[in-house]
Design a binder for this molecule. Structure first.
Ligand SMILES: *Cc1c(COP(=O)(O)O)cnc(C)c1O
Length: 432
């Protein structure tokens, strides 16, 4: 167990010892009344690296001076710009370089991957997904199922926590997979749950899915850049993520996808085709037949959004420099410190029973996010936090009134500090 203290001097000393501390200076930190905010919203929209504008402006300038010639300029030619992101992306998610591609946006990529990995038959057509999934994921799965002529109520198996519990238990996921057996086409889950912050055992879930000859795919919106991932080693079939949350690529920026090499190399696996997925040597010859590149690139349809990619490139360089294993280690420590501070403040205020922390405490089940469920005055406390310079995220109670409101706070290792966490505690104290 870590030793923590709720003292400014202690937090300051931790920051001084932190070998990743200097990365904070490479980001723009939003201000509140002239002082840096406590920005705990990197799980929703990551902050802007200072290098981002430089890279984006470079491409604007090249466009101004080169026009169409920019496609083939040295080093950063737009024709192969996505190549500049490939290796860093592969390291980020633990994949081989030819298993990843930066393209489109998350929901679009989910649909494109489902085209290949959800090909139901009369007997095998079910999908295991999470109950209370992020709406876009639910809509994507629902519409895919219905587009294939099945009923969502029948084809979608939505995992629910046991009565009186908040999290789906791992053993219940495995049991659902085994129970569904031959009828199961696909397991499609969030690697980190967007609401509770729970991290799933993606390796074991993939194994269980393969055991019954189903595919396993993950939405990594809240996992990419948050945790060390080993998609290739875990044998995951496919995954997709967005790049504006932990990855700091900027609002609505281009997303990413992973396809295991055994599928990427399989030319018989159906996929929707466009000219950018074609063998690049053939691209401008415009052959009549689509010849897929034997890599994840073959899922690309259109030519790439260069300005978005330029923005993402700035951030991926920082991830590469810091490395996911060091980031994950710091993220865990920051989050554990936050947990300690919140409990300490609640205890001091005699309000421990006001807040229930939904996110599981076991380290391997936790990323950078804590979800705090307030039994009382949640919205008022959230407003107080905001008024005093904390940027976090409020989730309304659900319409049926089954849950209380939840504040999600995420200290991220690239730009948050131990002092941020300590300051959060002080502000929470006055808010309570
Ligand atoms: C953020 C998020 C999305 C957003 O989808 P976009 O297509 O990028 O708008 C989808 N699913 C999950 C689980 C998310 O967390």
């Amino acid at each position: 167990m870590n030793h923590f203290e709720n003292k400014a001097a202690w937090a300051m000393q931790k920051d001084e010892q932190d070998e990743l501390a200097s990365f904070r200076q490479r980001f723009h930190i939003p201000l509140h009344h002239g002082q840096e905010t406590v920005y705990f919203c990197g799980n929703s929209l990551g902050l802007q690296p200072k290098q981002t504008s430089h890279y984006v402006l470079q491409e604007l300038q090249d466009w101004a001076t080169l026009g169409v010639e920019g496609h083939f300029k040295p080093h950063t030619g737009w024709f192969g710009y996505h190549e500049l992101l490939r290796d860093a992306t592969a390291r980020l998610v633990g994949a081989q370089p030819h298993e990843v591609v930066v393209m489109n946006h998350l929901t679009v990529n989910l649909h494109l991957l489902l085209v290949s990995f959800y090909r139901p038959t009369a007997d095998r057509y079910k999908i295991i997904c999470e109950g209370g999934a992020f709406p876009s994921d639910r809509y994507a799965l629902q519409s895919q199922v219905e587009w294939h002529g099945f009923e969502a109520a029948d084809a979608l198996i939505e995992l629910q926590p046991r009565k009186g519990e908040e999290l789906v238990r791992h053993e219940d996921i495995i049991e659902a997979i085994n129970d569904c057996g031959d009828a199961l086409a696909l397991v499609m889950l969030g690697g980190v749950h967007y609401f509770t912050g729970q991290v799933l055992n993606m390796k074991a879930i993939t194994e269980a899915a393969h055991e019954v000859e189903a595919y396993a795919g993950f939405d990594l919106a809240h996992a990419a850049g948050n945790l060390e991932l080993k998609l290739h080693e875990w044998n995951v079939d496919f995954a997709a993520w967005c790049s504006y949350k932990y990855l700091n690529g900027g609002p609505g920026t281009v997303g990413g996808a992973y396809i295991h090499e055994r599928h990427a190399k399989n030319a018989h696996l159906p996929r929707f085709a466009g000219w950018w997925g074609n063998d690049p040597n053939q691209r401008f010859k415009m052959p009549h037949r689509f010849v897929p590149v034997p890599t994840a690139d073959s899922w690309q349809l259109s030519n790439a959004p260069i300005l978005e990619m330029a923005a993402l490139r700035a951030s991926l360089e920082l991830f590469d420099e810091a490395g996911m294993s060091r980031l994950t280690a710091k993220g865990k420590e920051l989050t554990s410190y936050l947990l300690f501070i919140i409990r300490d403040v609640l205890k001091e205020k005699g309000k421990s029973e006001w807040v229930h922390i939904i996110t599981p405490f076991e380290e391997q089940m936790q990323g950078c996010q804590l979800s705090l469920k307030f039994m009382k005055d949640g919205k008022a406390i959230f407003d107080q936090l905001t008024a005093q310079g904390v940027i976090s995220d409020w989730r309304e109670p659900d319409q049926e009134g089954r849950t209380e409101g939840v504040i999600r706070v995420a200290p991220v290792p690239l730009y948050n500090s131990f002092m941020d966490v300590w300051r959060f505690g002080e502000i929470l104290k006055t808010a309570l």
